[in-house]
Design a protein around this ligand. Sequence first.
Ligand code: SF4
Length: 203
Amino acid sequence: MSQAKPNPKIVSFKSQKEGISQALIQKLLEKGKNYGLNAIFPFSIDKIKVAQWVQLKCRYGCNRYNTNWCCPPATPEPDKVRAVLSEYSVALLLVGSTNCADFYLDNSRKRANQVRCWKGSVSLERLLFLEGYYKAFSLVGECCALCKTCAYPQECRFPQEKRPSIESFSIDAIGTLRNLGVSPRVANHKNDSYSYYGIILLE
Ligand code: SF4
């Protein structure tokens, strides 16, 4: 009697010990390039810096506060975030760069960039799920701009795409980048190119 051959199309769910292969990172990067990403790095979750002050910046001084499902107060408080992160050990840093003189403006070109970045993170998260990383969850750069005006506090129009932003998760993005050996600087000229980041919590 012949033995049943393993079906290569069946992907098993990953366990924490398996990590992520260079081949899969390359596959993610190939897909990510369609969304402007140019690098993806795996890193240990303990490099993520969560700080109370981050929500102060959201609460005081940001016109998105209380206007978007992906921003405070609709997103978890720092203590809850720490509890969530304690259930992960590895994350991916997604890096893109753009030259957008509209960074500080609120116009359609700026929004198109935001949407591209948003869709890139969510689409890589889906690819990771299909590769067996069932806990994969994206934290996206800036805030959700999929709708010109967020439906908040009415129901989200695209709940499958809805994710918290990095900042709304009380993550000190600069402190986290420094922990990863990156030295970010301020883009203070209109024609400077700048980097943007996403994080995918992995396992
Ligand atoms: S998809 Fe639309 S309604 Fe939902 S959070 Fe994003 S902007 Fe708001």
